[in-house]
Design a protein around this ligand. Structure first.
Ligand code: DGL
Length: 267
């Protein structure tokens, strides 16, 4: 038993999808979530900047005595995971490996598709991760940047969003992709819209997958906190309407409060 919290961070609001999935699977765990809304988005920034931001947040979480850090952000997982693992004294989990392992376990033959931010796609991290599990697998990627803004706008069930999804995904679908990794924190909120267009696509929700892996690692390292009374502390570097709206969507009236927190070095 270990009642220290799990630290979860993201570039902004999207990581709440991961936070909610971890809370659903591990209701006994205390969670500290930090969304870097003040410096969002990460997906258009350089690797150097994403690593710097991620290190600042990880330092804060370590100071808060977390027992594990979960990088909910695909972009930060793609770019900063190795650096964080080499610098942080607790286990660090990224979503890319979890998503890749799940896709490989579920796919039949053919190609795996990935949609994500430009930085995630440019890093090639999902390609490497899938091919490490299933060498020789074709991995087709497509950035789907606009989908992030559509989620932020609240247009999760909208004709414009279905059109944008078509624009990004048609090429992957026509090339034979039937297993699609939703490689960005925001995209699980578009599962309904994507399924409406492509009912036979198997959508890999990285929040659900990383929650399973977090549980397995906590168990293996004897770090679990059993029970049902986990708490959630939510912080954001800027408390925006979108953050508040998504906080209410996922955590409603469960007593969790969203607070502003500017981590040193944040600009
Ligand atoms: N959390 C980011 C991701 O999963 C969302 C988009 C961004 O920061 O650019 O890649």
């Amino acid at each position: 038993m270990d009642d220290r919290p799990i630290g979860v961070f993201d570039s902004g609001v999207g990581g709440l999808t991961v936070c909610a999935a971890v809370r659903d699977r591990l209701p006994g765990e205390h969670i500290i979530y930090f969304g870097d809304t003040g410096r969002f988005p990460y997906g258009t920034r350089s690797g150097e900047t994403i690593i710097r931001y991620s290190l600042e947040i990880a330092d804060y979480l370590v100071r808060r005595n977390v027992k594990m850090i979960v990088i909910a952000c695909n972009t930060a997982s793609a770019v900063a995971l190795d650096t964080l693992r080499s610098r942080v004294p607790v286990p660090v989990m990224g979503v890319i490996g979890a998503g890749a392992r799940a896709a490989c376990g579920r796919m039949g033959g053919g190609a795996v598709g990935v949609i994500g931010t430009r930085a995630t796609v440019a890093s090639g991290s999902y390609v490497k991760a899938v091919q490490a599990v299933r060498p020789g697998t074709a991995v087709l990627q497509q950035h789907a940047s606009l989908l992030v803004s559509l989620v932020e706008e609240g247009w999760t069930d909208d004709e414009v969003t279905r059109l944008a999804a078509r624009r990004y995904i048609d090429g992957l679908y026509d090339a034979g992709v039937r297993t699609l990794i939703l490689g960005c924190t925001h995209y699980p909120l578009l599962k309904g819209a994507i399924r409406a267009v492509y009912p036979d696509l198997d959508l890999v929700d990285i929040g659900v997958e990383i929650a399973l892996e977090v549980q397995a690692v906590l168990r293996e390292k004897n770090l679990e906190n059993a029970g049902l009374s986990g708490t959630i502390e939510l912080y954001a570097s800027d408390v925006t309407d979108t953050m508040q709206r998504l906080k209410n969507l996922f955590f409603g009236d469960d007593g969790s409060v969203l607070r502003k927190l500017v981590i040193s070095g944040a600009d």
